[in-house]
Design a protein around this ligand. Structure first.
Ligand SMILES: Nc1ncnc2c1ncn2[C@@H]1O[C@H](COP(=O)(O)OP(=O)(O)OP(=O)(O)O)[C@@H](O)[C@H]1O
Length: 224
């Protein structure tokens, strides 16, 4: 479950002073196991909202609860454990350039202490799921943008996170791959993962009926 109560987010301005609020007065709740589209024009605040959900940023005001836990500035030590239960697909992939496709996907499992023998079949299955079997040894620079995006998606879901947030996950995919990705996200959701997907793609949204959270200039203008 994710709950925002009167949340605001202010980025610092380049001169170090506080800038205007990028997000203001966000109050909404996403139930456990829900699927939500996050919509809004470029600059409306979708990526900023997702950064709060995956705890890359903390609110500058208001209260935030993620996976049932209250997120507090004075309890930062609790954040890494909470972050490990959240999968993130970044707009710019953030693959490690010197690691193979396999090793990029395996990374979160290795960091969580899983043995090599137990993680290998999971990583292989995930690469098959995103259609990249046979490309295990390729480095990100040897893969197309869409292939890199699929690795980023496999890496985000391989840990079976309780919450999955994806920022424009189909931005580099053709329509066939976008449909496959959506099938993967909805399957994760059916297995119990709470999913939030920011997108500009009306085509994608038309393929799966789910509530939408619509932002305009940093405020929620529609939820449902
Ligand atoms: N790191 C940052 N520092 C300062 N301002 C920022 C930062 N990131 C975003 N902003 C500002 O916050 C507002 C919302 O940006 P955000 O990237 O969240 O929008 P978005 O809806 O995700 O846009 P897009 O669809 O283009 O990705 C914009 O005015 C943007 O300039």
């Amino acid at each position: 479950m994710v709950r925002f109560s009167a949340v605001g987010l202010r980025y610092p301005s380049p001169d170090g002073a506080t800038g205007p609020e990028a997000l203001a007065d966000l109050t909404f709740m996403l139930p456990e196991g829900s699927f939500t589209w996050l919509l809004g024009a470029s600059g409306a605040g979708k990526s900023s909202l997702l950064r709060l959900m995956h705890l890359a940023l903390l609110p500058t005001r208001g209260e935030l609860e993620v996976l049932g836990e209250r997120v507090r500035r004075d309890r930062r030590a609790a954040l890494p454990a909470l972050r490990r239960r959240i999968g993130v697909v970044f707009q710019d992939f953030r693959l490690l350039p010197y690691l193979s496709a396999f090793d990029n996907v395996a990374l979160p499992l290795r960091l969580s202490g899983r043995s090599e023998a137990s993680l290998r079949p999971d990583v292989a299955e995930m690469l098959r799921w995103v259609g990249l079997q046979g490309r295990e040894l390729a480095l990100p620079q040897q893969l197309s943008g869409g292939e890199q995006q699929r690795i980023a998606i496999a890496r985000a879901v391989v840990t079976r996170p309780a919450l999955l947030v994806a920022d424009e996950p189909t931005g580099n995919l053709d329509s066939h791959q976008a449909r496959r990705l959506l099938a993967l996200l909805t399957q994760m959701n059916r297995l119990g993962t709470t999913v939030v997907v920011a997108t500009h793609s009306e085509d994608l949204v038309a393929q799966f009926s789910a509530p939408a959270l619509v932002l305009e200039e940093g405020r929620v203008v529609h939820h449902g």
